[in-house]
Design a protein around this ligand. Structure first.
Ligand SMILES: [Zn+2]
Ligand SMILES: [Zn+2]
Length: 161
């Protein structure tokens, strides 16, 4: 469950303030992101806004740009699916998360800890390369999808034989 704090809003206002035309869009998108379960795509957010704001809702392009701007500002994390689809989730500045992404149903689960920090440090030393950030997502099948796949195989074999 995402929690939007007053800090988020203040920070967004402060950071976005210089580009006034984005302020409103970003605030609406932040609010929508807070109210959406899971890890929505720009399309999901745009659809949700259309349902709640009808004619007042920003278009898909504005939603997408707002999300990308919020991601650059560090208040939103981009979660990239294997097919390249970009999804978004609210984070606190400086936070980052890794995810287990189910390729069948699209369910994303946050991994509680950073599993690469130590490795990034040693690579940084070995290659004299200053690592500033990293992305790591794990793709596979969630328990539910894996169970139903396993159940489907025996049935298939029975039908074939
Ligand atoms: Zn699944
Ligand atoms: Zn990490």
């Amino acid at each position: 469950m995402h929690i939007i704090t007053r800090n988020h809003k203040h920070l967004a206002d402060r950071l976005v303030g210089r580009r006034k035309q984005f302020t409103k869009g970003c605030r609406i998108v932040l609010e929508a992101l807070k109210n959406t379960q899971g890890t929505p795509s720009a399309q999901d957010i745009a659809l949700q806004l259309k349902n709640s704001l009808s004619n007042q809702a920003p278009g898909l392009t504005t939603v997408y740009r707002s999300l990308e701007l919020l991601a650059r500002l560090g208040i939103v994390q981009v979660v990239t699916f294997r097919d390249g689809e970009r999804r978004y989730e609210l984070i606190s500045p400086g936070e980052h998360f890794h995810h287990l992404i189910c390729e069948q149903c699209g369910k994303t689960t946050r991994i509680s800890a950073c599993i690469i920090d130590g490795l990034a440090q040693s690579i940084s030393t070995e290659y004299s390369f200053m690592v500033k950030s990293h992305v790591l997502e794990l793709y596979g099948l969630c328990k539910q999808c894996n169970d139903s796949t396993n159940n489907a195989i025996p049935n298939l074999l029975v039908e074939v034989s």
